[in-house]
Design a protein around this ligand. Structure first.
Ligand SMILES: NC(=O)c1ccc[n+]([C@@H]2O[C@H](COP(=O)([O-])OP(=O)(O)OC[C@H]3O[C@@H](n4cnc5c(N)ncnc54)[C@H](O)[C@@H]3O)[C@@H](O)[C@H]2O)c1
Length: 324
């Protein structure tokens, strides 16, 4: 069986997924559509598929749609595809408001279509290794510290426009909100401080998240910190262990003095493997074919949006002197 796929949004991620899908023998990459005609034609040439005349024409030709548009358009475009009976892979974020997330969740529940969200880090070998280390309860995390920075908000140009991203938290830290829940469980309380320092929206955040397990996580995110390596790092501490990542390149697990740390290095993997893009696409196609479930559940999709929303609400209620 094959799945006919169309790509809505022929930018960086549309082409990234397109290149991967072309290599999957279960996929026929049918068409691409972008409001930018030049991008659309270039992508169609590169991906060797049709350039659709419109979104509607794209959707008419396919079984599944990749929504790789700027953030605030995700929920409506995904809803249009679901209403036409299509399976949907939507890049993160699922939605940029709780209201849209709730409506889309209801729609997902009322259809037979598969819906996946691009929380690719769940498929990155580095994070899968951390998940495996924590699985089974033998290594109980007691404290954690995450950092997820960006160098700037310049590329693509719309990332500095909160009206298009939904806000910086929906654009970048949302990846680690999903990771935090996946690795550490449900969040019960959240405190946030943040401020706009370089851009017109809050771009520096210090967050404190408390989990059902009693664990607390401090999370820092700066949108303009240069791309100093590692711009993304998680550290998880437990009884005589530390797990530490450096982006999706490396994981170190340390058990104490006089003991060698175990280090796994993934830097030589191709980006599509290292960042989990190839595996999340394969998971989506398998789900469409009824062979496995999507890794990110409906609840997960909603909860990552909910965390971003809670941070912004906490920020609005934070006294000015507590801001960064
Ligand atoms: N999972 C990840 O690691 C990851 C990485 C980067 C980006 N993303 C997400 O992927 C999405 C796309 O980001 P990108 O970097 O590819 O952006 P991009 O700007 O390179 O591509 C977006 C494309 O959508 C097109 N577009 C805009 N409105 C449209 C419309 N109404 N109809 C058709 N086409 C339209 C634009 O012309 C552009 O070509 C964003 O939501 C972003 O957050 C995810």
């Amino acid at each position: 069986m094959t799945v006919k796929v169309g790509i809505l949004g022929a930018g960086y991620m549309g082409k990234t997924h397109g290149r991967i899908l072309r290599g999957d023998p279960r996929v026929i990459l049918s068409a691409v559509f972008d409001i930018d005609a030049q991008r659309k034609e270039e992508a169609a040439r590169e991906l060797e598929c049709r350039a659709a005349e419109s979104e509607e024409q794209l959707m008419d030709q396919v079984d599944a749609v990749y929504v790789t548009l700027p953030n605030t358009t995700h929920a409506a475009a995904s809803a249009r595809a679901l209403e036409r009976g299509k399976h949907v892979f939507c890049e993160k974020p699922f939605a940029t408001s709780l209201e849209d997330a709730g409506k889309l969740l209801e729609l997902c529940r009322s259809t037979m279509s598969v819906f996946a969200v691009g929380h690719n880090r769940r498929f990155a070998p580095a994070y899968m290794l951390v998940k495996e280390f924590l699985a089974g309860g033998r290594h109980e995390p007691t404290l954690a510290q995450f950092k997820m920075n960006r160098g700037e908000l310049e590329s693509p140009p719309w990332v500095e426009n909160a009206a298009v991203t939904g806000g910086y938290l929906y654009e970048t830290p949302i990846h680690l909100f999903d990771m935090a829940r996946w690795l550490l469980g449900e969040v019960t309380d959240l405190t946030a401080a943040g401020a706009a320092r370089t851009y017109a929206e809050p771009d520096n955040f210090s967050l404190l998240l408390r989990f059902e397990s009693g664990l607390s996580l401090t999370f820092a995110s700066c949108a303009h910190s240069t791309w100093a390596f590692p711009f993304e790092r998680i550290e998880i501490y437990g009884r005589y262990f530390t797990v530490e990542t450096a982006e999706m390149e490396r994981v170190s697990i340390t058990h104490g003095l006089n003991k060698a740390a175990s280090v796994q290095d993934f830097h030589a993997l191709k980006m599509e493997q290292k960042w989990g893009y190839a595996a999340i696409d394969a998971n989506f196609i398998s789900a469409v074919l009824g062979e496995e479930a999507t890794a990110v559940t409906a609840d997960d999709r909603y909860r990552s949006v909910e965390l971003a929303d809670r941070c912004y609400r906490a920020l609005r209620s934070t006294p000015a002197e507590a801001q960064l």
